[in-house]
Design a binder for this molecule. Sequence first.
Ligand SMILES: *Cc1c(COP(=O)(O)O)cnc(C)c1O
Length: 396
Amino acid sequence: MTRRFDKSFTQQEPIPEAAIARAVEIMQSGRLHRYNVAEGETSEASLLEQEYSAWQGSRYCLACTSGGQAIQIALRAAGVMPGDAVLANAYTLAPVPGALHAAGARPVLVEIDEDWHTDLADLEAKAQASGARFFLLSHMRGHIADMEAVMAVCERHALTLIEDCAHTMGARWNGVRSGNHGRVACFSAQTYKHINSGEGGLLTTDDPELAARAIVHSGSYMLYGRHGAAPEEEVFRKVRLDSANLSARLDNLRAALLRPQLAAIDENIARWNKRYQVLEQGLRRSSHLRLPERRQHEAFVGSSIQMQTPALERDAIPRFVAACAERGVELKWFGDDEPRAFTSRYDSWRYLGDVPELPQTLAVLAKTLDMRIPLTFSQDDCAQIAEIVVDVLSGF
Ligand SMILES: *Cc1c(COP(=O)(O)O)cnc(C)c1O
């Protein structure tokens, strides 16, 4: 069988018609800046904040320019000061160390386990040894650690938890939405995430002072009264002169692109999960592929799938990836010494300075292959992709 798959792994669905129509109206109005409102008007960015906080189940929400900016703002608003130690899981995407660096934090990287979760024993040991007061947890590729256990470690060491939910928008642990466990959560609306405005970020929290700081950090000038899901004026009075303006506001145009997508997100999550199931079932036909064991409490969003090829030697992996690519199937390898596209490994963030080696993380990533699942793939496409991967692997 030499069938080739011919769809793009990076092709997203079109922006919904209603969003396009609203975006055109906003362009016609000329009022693209979130604080540029007509008498009595609530800006599109504020409407998005109201709707997102209602859907997420958080008291407050801030819309900003990117997920990475949301993380940087969350770190600062949570009280991270230059030189502070911040625990962070080592398996994540480059905007995360970038945000830590921008906030002047001293990252203390934590190992991951065989199933791509943060390693709780290593977290506990490093919390103890570093004296850190913060933990930035990326639910990388949608793998959610046992959040009750995470919270227990946070309580024992008085850690403030900041959640990076770039891959868990809409996911839940034990019925609680991802992002509602910690003090503050960050989401991305970049093209490859669960809602797409090209670039964009959201921050949610129940903490009024943190929300006020975040809003002022995003660059509210003194117009925070025009926000959609913000605390009372008096909270801002306490913090407004102490939080630097980082100019990270979301504009009305991109908010208009996101609102109809938010209305459709639950339906889209179900579509992602169907595709994931078909892929998983197909891939499980090979006894030489190891797939994530999802835990009972984890309601994840299957927007990507990870796999390991335990039987392949290290130098066979790039050849296997290339052979899949020949057949039109795009796998990314997280073990490459040379960072490519989204696969960067913690040792490629040299600006972090000397990071102690994380042998367990390196060993897991050395075997990790990653596949994106865009909604433009049908379930049949997913079945075909799985067949190709299994077929190619059988030749190795
Ligand atoms: C995408 C992503 C972010 C934020 O990315 P932006 O491109 O800045 O929106 C943060 N963390 C992880 C794990 C991501 O994948």
